[in-house]
Design a protein around this ligand. Structure first.
Ligand code: GSF
Length: 200
């Protein structure tokens, strides 16, 4: 398999962490690319019409995207039910956590594009504030979440989204008012798959 990826992408990191956890990393060749909406990558666009990473080319020559689909595919390849609970409340909890964390990462990536790629006179303050409101409100929800010991696609996604915040917005003091989330994440970050894929 081949994976269009970048070490600083929170979504591609979800795939790398999942592959390591499932013992599949050795079967995936990384194709490292850099891209933004204003500097697209032709090879990625050929495989993913949305022009986004991660995109996985399977051994059958199919391309899969986006990160939730790729991670669930890898889980199935490894027998299923390991990172994606098969059914019941645990499944919906993991999927909702993934959705919330991916939403944080989506908003953070948009803020990054607006501030790093968009010319300063065109930047829109209220729109940036709107993205930060999503991020902060979602972090507050995670602080209230019962962050149990389950290690699944939910916890992987949270670790990757917040890892991206720490990479790009190190000045954001999110830990100050969220001690539970902070200590939960501190312990999780020691895990081999997360330590090995730390961005930056
Ligand atoms: C989001 C992927 C994404 O935004 C997923 O895989 O879960 N829902 C998708 N990827 C960014 C790179 S990043 O992680 O910073 C991307 O490919 N951006 C290029 C673009 O044209 O938006």
């Amino acid at each position: 398999m081949q994976l269009f990826t970048n070490p600083n992408s929170p979504f591609a990191r979800k795939v790398s962490v999942s592959a390591l956890e499932l013992g599949l990393a050795g079967r995936i060749e990384s194709l490292e690319v850099s891209l933004t909406p204003v500097s697209p990558h032709a090879g990625v666009r050929e495989r993913n019409p949305l022009g986004k990473i991660p995109a996985l080319i399977t051994d059958d020559g199919e391309t899969l995207y986006d990160s939730p689909v790729i991670c669930e595919y890898l889980d199935a390849l490894a027998g299923g039910g390991r990172l994606f609970p098969a059914s019941g409340p645990a499944r919906w909890k993991a999927l909702r956590r993934q959705a919330l964390a991916d939403g944080i990462a989506d908003a953070a990536v948009l803020v990054r594009y607006e501030t790093a790629a968009r010319p300063v006179p065109l930047q829109w303050r209220e729109w940036l504030d709107g993205q930060w409101l999503k991020i902060r409100t979602a972090l507050d929800a995670l602080e209230r979440d019962t962050l149990d010991g389950a290690f699944d696609i939910g916890s992987i996604s949270i670790a990757c989204a917040i890892g991206y915040l720490d990479l790009r917005f190190a000045q954001e003091p999110w830990r100050q008012s969220r001690p539970r989330l902070s200590s939960w994440l501190g312990a999780l970050a020691e895990r081999e798959s997360l330590a090995a894929t730390r961005p930056g």
